[in-house]
Design a binder for this molecule. Structure first.
Ligand SMILES: NC(=O)c1ccc[n+]([C@@H]2O[C@H](COP(=O)([O-])OP(=O)(O)OC[C@H]3O[C@@H](n4cnc5c(N)ncnc54)[C@H](O)[C@@H]3O)[C@@H](O)[C@H]2O)c1
Length: 339
């Protein structure tokens, strides 16, 4: 089979650390174009990997006609770029949050279906070894039902991550729409839905801007009720200046599972009968330690084998709905029904 011709739209940090190297090491891929209005960024990758550099994605889609694209741009551009790419016949891997409104997410799913292309969302937490292991353990039934949980994701913020540092779009509401919640909270709403194999039914949230300059949220605490009845908390923060955290603890009928709470034993299961199992399954990526996400390989596999992508648009939409509902709760002071 001929190679999948891929264009990367947005040549900032996530492209640098994950999408571009992961495409470059996938033998079924030919990188054919890079797009960024800061053209030097696109040119640098074109010089390294081949393909052409563009400042504008519409010109690129018309001239290159790629088989697939990655959309790695500021949040407000995800929907329009994904829809344009789908309409140009390209499969789409879009970064999270997949969109900034539910209507946008629905339009993206519709555009992909109408054009017969794949739509996958970069919810890479699902593919990280500790979360893969945790899912297996939960499915084995050894812990019984999940009764309550907390899941949190905090780091020092995108000023230390974005290619544009403290001057980044991440801090400008018209481009980011959401702050820590869109950056980190949506990872955890997706993870908890995935691990529990359940939907969020209701949320109550406190969301604020406590320490960062700019007008988007930097901290959020969300109380979550699942359809199963389990109640938990979801925390997102850009102000963990020390103590970066991407952990999840699930208290279940027969014991507790701790994920990402210990540097070497990434998954720990403590049962009520006193037994303890520790799993060294590989780390969770952090901003300073980037590990292959598996997202790109899964996306390319779905194209090559013509299967439903590992994390389809419908899943990204449901995870986004949880976050949008949390903002509604903050704005209205009400509990918000999600499902
Ligand atoms: N899955 C993950 O774990 C993860 C991690 C970080 C970021 N992300 C997501 O990836 C997306 C990009 O984030 P980032 O960290 O790479 O940001 P970044 O600030 O490092 O880079 C964004 C890039 O997009 C470019 N850009 C802006 N407008 C553009 C346009 N019209 N066309 C093409 N390029 C344009 C900018 O010039 C910049 O180079 C965000 O949606 C973010 O939420 C996902």
């Amino acid at each position: 089979m001929s190679k999948v011709r891929v264009a990367v739209i947005g040549c900032g940090s996530i492209s640098k650390h994950r999408h571009i190297p992961e495409y470059a090491s996938n033998e079924n891929v030919e990188l054919v174009a890079f797009v960024d209005p800061v053209i030097e960024r696109a040119e640098e990758y074109a010089a390294k990997h081949g393909g052409k550099a563009y400042a504008d994605y519409e010109t690129m889609l018309a001239e290159v006609k790629p088989d697939a694209v990655s959309v790695c741009t500021p949040n407000y551009l995800h929907a329009s770029m994904s829809i344009a790419a789908a309409n140009a016949g390209a499969h789409v891997l879009v970064e999270k949050p997949m969109a900034v409104t539910d209507e946008e997410a629905a339009s993206m799913i519709e555009a992909a279906a109408k054009n017969g292309v794949k739509l996958m969302v970069g919810h890479n937490q699902r593919l990280m070894p500790p979360h893969v292991k945790a899912k297996q353990i939960l499915e084995s039934g050894v812990l019984g039902r999940v009764l309550t949980f907390r899941t949190s994701f905090g780091h020092p913020g995108p000023d230390g991550w974005s290619i544009d540092g403290a001057g980044s779009w991440f801090f400008r509401k018209p481009e980011a729409i959401m702050g820590a919640m869109g950056d980190l909270g949506v990872h955890k709403s997706d993870l908890i839905r995935y691990l529990l194999n359940d939907e969020v039914s209701e949320v109550a949230a406190f969301i604020g801007t406590i320490d960062k300059a700019g007008d988007v949220d930097d901290n959020a605490n969300v109380v979550v009720r699942m359809k199963s009845g389990a109640i938990g908390s979801l925390v997102a923060s850009w102000t963990y200046y020390k103590g970066e955290d991407n952990s999840t603890v699930l208290w279940c009928e027969k014991g507790v599972m701790k994920i990402g709470t210990h540097p070497e034993d990434q998954v720990i299961v403590e049962l009520r009968d006193g037994s303890v199992e520790k799993h060294k399954v590989g780390e969770i990526s952090t901003n300073t330690k980037q590990l292959s996400s598996g997202v790109v390989d899964a996306f390319i596999d779905s194209i090559v084998n013509d299967t439903v992508p590992a994390i389809p648009g419908e899943e990204g939409r449901k995870s986004l709905q949880v976050i949008l509902s949390a903002f509604e709760s903050q704005a209205t002071g009400q509990f918000i029904k999600v499902n």
